[in-house]
Design a protein around this ligand. Structure first.
Ligand code: RP5
Length: 166
């Protein structure tokens, strides 16, 4: 049974949504991924959102662009956390997607990450699940440690190429 539902409005969103899937895979979190358009196939969308809880999803990550109603409509129906990913767009640079997703009315929150923030959406979903999963929490701590080590290695490299002090 998948713990996270990853849903996107179009296959054109896939490069961003794949980053969420990659992080969840790295952290050992199960997910189910779907392409469902709230605008182009509303009946399919409603079925997805209405059955998400009984499928066992604990979090939904929803990504969409332009007039991006998919995450907000997921949040209107699914009773657990929804994370929204605004897609970058050619016309308005993703501000259209961002405002559509982040400006939810009181009572229907969507935890909105940055424009094209697929990896952070995956991490946030894992952190939500880690509140009741100590093994996942340990893996998240190891992930944070790997980020720290990678910055430290870059700093050491500066010294080796002579830029540290001059
Ligand atoms: C949204 O419209 C999708 O989430 C996508 O970001 C955007 C454009 O969709 P396509 O025209 O590429 O299918 O529903």
């Amino acid at each position: 049974m998948a713990q996270v539902g990853i849903v996107m409005g179009s296959d054109s969103d896939m490069p961003v949504m794949a980053k969420a899937a990659d992080i969840l895979t790295e952290l050992g979190v199960s997910f189910e991924m779907n392409i469902i358009s709230a605008h182009r196939e509303p009946d399919v969308f409603f079925e997805y959102a209405k059955t998400a809880e009984e499928k066992g999803f604990k979090v939904i990550i929803a990504g969409a662009g332009m007039a991006a109603h998919l995450p907000g409509m997921c949040a209107a129906i699914f009773p657990m956390p929804v994370i929204g990913i605004p897609m970058h767009t050619a016309s308005l640079g993703g501000r259209d997607s961002l405002y559509s997703i982040v400006q939810m009315p009181q009572g229907i929150p969507v935890a909105t990450v940055a424009i094209n923030g697929g990896a952070n959406a995956g991490l946030l979903a894992a952190k939500i699940l880690a509140t009741s999963d100590t093994e996942l929490l340990q893996r998240l701590k190891a992930y944070s440690q790997s980020l720290k080590s990678s910055v430290q290695k870059k700093d050491e490299r500066l010294g080796r190429v002579g830029y540290k002090e001059y």
